[in-house]
Design a protein around this ligand. Structure first.
Ligand SMILES: [Zn+2]
Length: 245
C-alpha cells in the first residue's frame, strides 16, 4: 500500500516535470514521456451536482469520440481505494446492447458509474427502479441518465409488433411490451423515420417515468439532489446526443 502510494506520488511528480523536460531536449523528453505513459490516469474531483456530473460524462464521451481516452480510475490504486466503499456519482440506465457499455463510452473508471442495463432501457420492472433507487439513496449519486441508442434491436422489435403484428418467443415480449407505448406515441407524429422517433420517445418516456413515478426518486428530484436526463448514443460516431436535459 505504502509502496503503491509512493510510486503514484513519484509518477505524478515526473508527469508534472514532463512539460519542462520536453522543452529541454529530445533525450530528456523521451524519458519523461516514458514515465508519463506509465502514470495513472487523472482523477477528477467527484461531481457534487447533476449539472457537474453531466458535464463530466459528456467530457468523457468527447474523449471517446476523438479516441483520446484517459481510462481514469482503472488502476490498482483505484481498485484498492474503492474496495472499502463505492460512491458512484452517476447512475446510467442503459440498453444491454454489447456496443454501448457506459464506462467505455463515457471514459469513466471503477466506482464512477452505477450501471443498470436492460434491453431497450426501460424501467417497467420494480427491480430496475429499485436498483436506481438504491444507488441514489445509498450512495448519493447526483445524476441519472437514461441511455438509449440508434438502431436498437429492442425498439425495432417493438416497431415490428406494432406495425406488423409480430409475435415473439419466450420471455422476449417482456422486453418489448414496455416500449410499445413509445412506438405508438412516435407513430402519432407520422415521422419520416419511425424507428428513430420511437427510440427518442422511449428515452423520454423512461426519463419522465423515473422522474415522476411514485418512488424514492421523486423527493430527490424535486429537492434538486438528483438530475434526470436522457441521451441517445450513436453507434457509428460514438457520440451521446442529449434527448432530455
Ligand atoms: Zn438497444
Amino acid at each position: 500500500m505504502h509502496q503503491s502510494q509512493s510510486r503514484r506520488a513519484f509518477l505524478g511528480h515526473s508527469v508534472r516535470l514532463g512539460g519542462s523536460a520536453l522543452a529541454a531536449g529530445p533525450l530528456v523528453a523521451g524519458g519523461a514521456l516514458g514515465w508519463a505513459d506509465a502514470a495513472p490516469a487523472r482523477r477528477m474531483a467527484r461531481p457534487t451536482s447533476g449539472d457537474a456530473a453531466l458535464k463530466e460524462l459528456l467530457a468523457g464521451n468527447r474523449r471517446f469520440v476523438r479516441g483520446k481516452l484517459e481510462h481514469p480510475g482503472r488502476d490498482s490504486v483505484r481498485r484498492v481505494e474503492i474496495a472499502e466503499g463505492q460512491k458512484p456519482f452517476a447512475i446510467v440506465l442503459g440498453c444491454a446492447d454489447s456496443r454501448v457499455p457506459p464506462e467505455v463510452v463515457f471514459d469513466e473508471g471503477l466506482g464512477d458509474l452505477f450501471v443498470v442495463r436492460v434491453a431497450g432501457n426501460t424501467a417497467s420492472e420494480p427491480v430496475v427502479v429499485g436498483s436506481i433507487e438504491y444507488s441514489a439513496t445509498t450512495f448519493g449519486s447526483v445524476l441519472l441518465m437514461v441511455l438509449g441508442h440508434d438502431d436498437c434491436g429492442a425498439v425495432k422489435a417493438a416497431v415490428d409488433v406494432v406495425t406488423k403484428g409480430a409475435t415473439l418467443p419466450g420471455e422476449i415480449p417482456g422486453v418489448v411490451e414496455p416500449i410499445v407505448p413509445a412506438v405508438e406515441e412516435a407513430q402519432n407524429a407520422s415521422p419520416a423515420d419511425l424507428l428513430d422517433q420511437a427510440i427518442k420517445a422511449n428515452i423520454t418516456r423512461t426519463a419522465t417515468q423515473l422522474k415522476s413515478a411514485d418512488s424514492l426518486l421523486t423527493d430527490l428530484v424535486t429537492s434538486g439532489k438528483l438530475k434526470v436526463v436522457g441521451g441517445e448514443y450513436k453507434l457509428k460516431t460514438g457520440k451521446v446526443e442529449m434527448v432530455v436535459q
